[in-house]
Design a protein around this ligand. Structure first.
Ligand code: HEM
Length: 473
């Protein structure tokens, strides 16, 4: 087993030490008292999104609290979110949770920092460029067809795992030019453990527990090892049969040269491959599973989506779609926007302040932990009336461009904005429309149409989310 540590590369800016919340410090925003030590931590652990939502309701847009004697600021107003993610991005680095994510993903694009991040981001942008998407659309539709052909009308499908397998297959085919089916079970099992452990111990300082000889902790380094091996096998496979025409992501990664002619090292390629496999399928799969569940509980929207799917000539003719026709589908777009509002796969963006900085009127001291939360801000009734209601038509009444910047950020913002945003939106529309064209999905348990959330590193639905497949033909 590899060493399970994640030292910060020396090239990164040093992170100032954590702070305590000093009693009576009027420069800090309000927050919960410290009457009973450990209560805040226990509530944070029991239900982190619910805890943050409650802080916002009770104390307002900016909240100070302590976890394990370290100062945290929850910043929830749109201008604060925008301030942290976009305007003052240089004053922050990725925060708590990312150290543990680094143990799995190494120095890939999700976890790395400047100056390495910018260098890699520039190199990796090409495969995500708009003009590559048409080619991907064909592969996405083909992989979706292969999956849906296996769904028997009248049977029950484990929606969660099936969406996970499908989006993994798509990312493997489009970006790595490979069939992932040989690896998908291994990836799914190890991912489950990694995602679970990363968030469970989002509390600062619990890192050292990873070395405890308990099976629960031990499974984490094993899962990380397994994922790294899969990435290495994919790379070795490509190296063994080099394809001179391979201009997919893996081909590019292996051939990439920086402006100064330097290549990515083998470890860097592995970390980027792993990062793109993981960030490129888990999030989208969760969105789709949530969307199918919300739709099953909202017959009017489901019918509107079915009508939209039936009007798509690419679905009727069974041909590859082009990006414009997919991205022109309005009902599918609204369903996805609303799904990512209520169930944002990335529901919290933890940061750490590198220097004292003023964010939309809030003084953030160097060393403070900062939590921006899509889950909380997307539920703010000032921008989203009746916020807990799944209501795709709200996007007709108030389109995204009319919201304040920072109110709706499912893909983050600034220089750390999601690299795969357009890829994910294209893929999820294709899958959602293809399902709506063929089937009507009904919850296996009609009494409980919506799954329970299991928020971890991503906002996952708990369990397999079984749904009954009803044919529409
Ligand atoms: C609906 C699906 C997706 C959602 C909601 C989503 C959301 C996000 C968010 C919020 C971030 C920023 C995290 C932060 O600031 O802390 C992010 C980063 C990232 N995402 Fe996505 N993502 C999705 C799909 C994808 C896909 C399909 C890919 C690749 C194929 C991808 C690749 C990445 C990468 C590489 C980063 C790091 C970018 C950087 O820091 O430069 N994502 N994603």
């Amino acid at each position: 087993m590899r060493a399970f540590t994640a030292p910060r590369p020396a090239a990164y800016a040093p992170v100032p030490p954590p702070l305590r919340r000093r009693r009576g410090d009027s420069s800090l925003p309000p927050g919960p008292g410290r009457a009973v030590p450990g209560v805040t931590t226990a509530r944070f652990l029991a239900d982190t999104p619910g805890f943050l939502l409650e802080l916002h309701r009770r104390h307002g847009d900016a909240v100070a609290f302590e976890l394990r004697r370290q100062l945290f600021l929850g910043l929830f107003a749109p201008e604060m979110v925008d301030g942290v993610l976009v305007r003052h991005t240089r004053s922050f680095v990725k925060g708590v949770g990312f150290e543990r994510m680094r143990k799995v993903l190494g120095e890939g694009l999700l976890t790395n920092e400047e100056p390495i991040h910018l260098r890699h981001r520039r190199m990796l942008q090409a495969p995500f460029h708009r003009d590559r998407l048409d080619g991907y659309a064909a592969t996405m539709a083909e992989a979706t067809d292969l999956e849906l052909e296996q769904w028997q009308p009248g049977s029950t499908v484990a929606t969660g795992p099936r969406m996970m397998a499908l989006t993994l297959d798509i990312v493997a085919r489009t970006l790595f030019g490979t069939d992932a089916s040989a690896h998908s079970e291994r990836i799914a099992t190890s991912m489950e453990v990694a995602i679970d452990r990363i968030e469970r111990t989002m509390l600062p300082g619990l890192d050292r527990l990873d070395r405890l000889p308990l099976p629960w902790f031990h499974a984490f380094p094993r899962a990380a090892d397994d994922l790294a091996e899969v990435a290495e096998e994919l790379i070795a496979g490509r190296r063994a049969t080099p394809d001179p025409h391979a201009d997919d992501l893996l081909g590019l990664l292996l051939a990439l040269r920086d402006e100064d002619g330097s290549r990515l090292t083998d470890d860097e390629v592995r970390d980027e491959v792993l990062t793109l496999i993981l960030s490129g399928h888990e999030t989208t799969a969760n969105v789709l599973t949530w969307a199918l569940s919300f739709l099953a509980a909202d017959p009017a929207t489901r019918e509107a989506l079915e009508a939209e799917a039936d009007a798509q000539s690419w679905l009727a003719e069974g041909r590859a779609p082009v990006v414009e026709e997919v991205m022109g589908t309005e009902v599918a777009g609204r369903v996805l926007s609303e799904t990512m509002r209520l169930a944002p796969p990335v529901w919290v963006a933890p940061r750490r302040a590198l220097e004292d900085v003023e964010v939309a009127g809030v003084t953030v001291p160097a060393g403070a932990h900062v939590l921006v939360s899509q889950y909380v801000t997307h539920r703010d009734p000032r921008w989203f009336p009746d916020p807990e209601r799944f209501d795709p038509d709200r996007w007709l009444r108030t389109p995204e461009r009319e919201l304040p910047r920072g109110a709706y950020t499912p893909f983050g913002g600034g220089n750390r904005r999601c690299l795969g945003e357009h890829f994910a939106l294209l893929e999820s529309r294709i899958i959602l429309l293809a399902i709506a064209h063929r089937f009507r999905m009904e919850p296996a348990d009609a009494a409980r149409p919506l799954p329970v959330a299991q928020p971890r590193a991503t906002y996952r639905p708990k369990g397999a989310v079984p749904m009954r497949v009803v044919t529409r033909a």
